[in-house]
Write a protein that binds this ligand. Sequence first.
Ligand code: NAP
Length: 305
Amino acid sequence: MYDILIIGKGPAGLTAAIFAVRRGLKVLVLANPAEPSQMTEAPMVDNYPGILDVNGIEIMKLFEDHAIKLKTEIKNEEVTEIRKEKNHFVVKTDKTEHDCKSVIISTGAKHRKANIKGEAEFSGKGISYCANCDGPLFKGKSVFVVGGGDSALGAALMLEHMGVNDITIIHRRNEFRAVESLQKQIKKSKVKVMWDTIPVEIKGDRFVKSIIVKNVKTKKDQEIPTGGVFIEIGNVPTSELAKKLKIKVDERGFITVDKEMNTNVEGIFAAGDCTDGPVKQMITACGDGAIASTSAYTYVKDKEK
Ligand code: NAP
């Protein structure tokens, strides 16, 4: 019987684990290998205090090493169901079942799809959702990046750094949502911007060959040849497990938590990007994880009394 079973090994999950094992709890972290933390896609992390010049893979390795050094048990299993029994929970995975007294859901978020014609057909064949992973395949090509947030601008800069020849950001409004520092870097770069523009269709044969874009003000469409399209338009939470257990989520699917990271189901806590917190950053996910872990500790100890 584990004291806390943590689902997800991103910043929130691993922080929760570190806090719990240090308190002497028996902890299991389950991670779905098919859905690694989005942090592992970050080309550069430069807003986590005290650590400069690190990429997402490197910092997540430091987190995991830290948790393992403190004797956290981590298993690669996909959780398929959380079941509530009288006095504990049963977490069913693709391999087995685990009993635990409490659960922390820190399953993060997935890339939002643009839902346009050709997107499903050319996904992985010229359409990418991860500049850091796939960028080198587009070296020397011209590409489009869709979006106006931190992810889109970060991806465009990363692609330029990787030697992608000609990069154009397509944004549906006439101002970016991304932080000022990224906007400044874009201005200094060779990246071009098409304002007030949305993608309508992606065409090709075996691989992407062109994109049809629409200017939302003039309503005019144009087809432009391209070697690839990076879709960077935000995230949707991974909250299917929570929904199955009737855990409350908001209208966008983010898990509703209070200040202590309690969900509406006693003994189940949530932390990080899958929750309805206002800021989605590594540092806030870590904070959530620390709070969720502390709340789960209190819950487990109260139950023991
Ligand atoms: P985001 O901030 O939600 O931005 C999504 C962008 O895509 C917005 O500009 C949005 O346009 C646009 N968009 C959304 N749906 C669209 C659609 N269907 N078609 C066309 N455009 C669409 O998402 P994000 O950039 O992925 O960032 C997510 C979170 O992670 C944010 O909190 C961000 O700060 C954080 N993040 C941080 C870093 C970092 O380095 N610190 C890096 C990446 C992400 P509108 O602007 O018109 O809404």
